[in-house]
Design a protein around this ligand. Structure first.
Ligand code: F6P
Length: 328
């Protein structure tokens, strides 16, 4: 562990925003102030680090934000930070503000940026997992995931009403480029009939035999969840292919998309984000670096960035099986 004294802490949010990021920023600022540290908000993620968009934050600056979606610090996916020259500019700005360590709130891309930065420069980073995808190794949950699946389920409950009334087949596409956590648990929680995940090899033929089974039981309406990153195609494509196979499989498509990223964070996300922010600051002050905080079986843990980035958090096969059984 580093012996560096941490007196000035930078905090930023990066990558896709997630409900609860503000609660994490609030926890970082207030925990740091409690430890008599100064805190600096780095606006727009790594872009703000490069462009010197850095301002001191007081405890009042994070008042009245715990319930707000999005991120008051703004966010970006910085291409320039992927270049060595971009990181050198960022380092110069952190030095200018005498920042001793940073709390990076975001997903895999954010942690990768932190890992590369630390291999070149002497400023420690601690990561806080904030992404609706819940796809980070070393934590059971990421900030924003609980809110995102609740938002998706609420929307699907409404679709269910109209699908049932018209005895219609509906495809609902949810986010998750590489991971099916959102799709799987949205499917379970909304009582969907069938779910396409990036991790499983569902085919159109499998779907057809599921739908034929439903029809044979006189069940005409069905909700099919499609994770955007699944290998069979997006919801619109699957819907069209299905109709080509048989005209009777007429369907409607709803893409929930960025709706899942906004809105007031759930109680679970607010508490999780507060615990993460608090633990991140305490860890940085204790001399930890290059690690992401996480929650495993209810406890706060730290996972080295290289593991958090490179290890895959596998989808629970038993849950996939359960979803199929319950949809019968
Ligand atoms: O990383 C979270 C996420 O919402 C993914 O689920 C989604 O694929 C992606 O971000 C969308 O990113 P953008 O808003 O940049 O299009």
């Amino acid at each position: 562990m580093s012996k560096r004294k941490i007196k000035r802490i930078g905090v930023f949010t990066s990558g896709g925003d997630a409900p609860g990021m503000n609660a994490a920023v609030r926890a970082v600022v207030r925990t740091a102030i409690y430890h008599k540290c100064q805190v600096f908000g780095i606006y727009n993620g790594y872009e703000g680090m490069i462009n010197d968009d850095i301002k001191k934050l007081q405890k009042g600056d994070v008042a009245n934000i715990i319930h707000r979606g999005g991120t008051i610090l703004k966010t970006s996916r910085s291409k320039e930070f992927m270049e060595k020259t971009g990181r050198a500019k960022a380092y110069k700005n952190l030095k200018k503000h005498k920042i001793d360590g940073c709390i990076a709130i975001g997903g895999n891309g954010t942690f990768t940026g932190g890992l590369v930065f630390e291999s070149e420069h002497d400023i420690p980073f601690i990561g806080v997992p904030g992404t609706i995808d819940n796809d980070i190794f070393g934590t059971d949950y990421t900030i924003g995931y609980d809110t995102a699946i609740n938002t998706a389920i609420e929307a699907i409950d409404r679709i269910r009403d109209t699908a049932d009334s018209h005895s219609r087949l509906f495809f609902i596409e949810v986010m998750g480029r590489h991971a099916g956590y959102i799709a799987l648990n949205t499917g379970i929680g909304s009582g969907a009939g069938y779910t396409f995940l990036p991790e499983t090899k569902n085919t159109i033929e499998d779907l057809v035999s599921f739908l034929e089974g439903s029809l044979s039981r006189n069940k005409l309406f069905n909700l099919i969840i499609v994770a955007e990153g699944n290998k069979t195609g997006n919801a619109m494509k699957i819907s069209k292919k299905l109709k080509k196979i048989n005209e009777k499989f007429d369907s409607r498509v709803t893409i929930i998309g960025h709706l899942q990223r906004g809105g007031s964070p759930s109680a679970m996300d607010r508490v999780l984000a507060s615990r993460f922010g608090y633990t991140a600051v305490n860890s940085l002050i204790a001399g930890e670096k290059n690690k992401a905080v996480g929650i495993i079986d209810g406890d706060m843990v730290l996972t080295p960035f290289d593991q958090a980035i490179n290890k895959v958090k596998d989808i629970d096969e038993e849950l996939v099986r359960m979803a199929e059984i319950l949809a019968m």
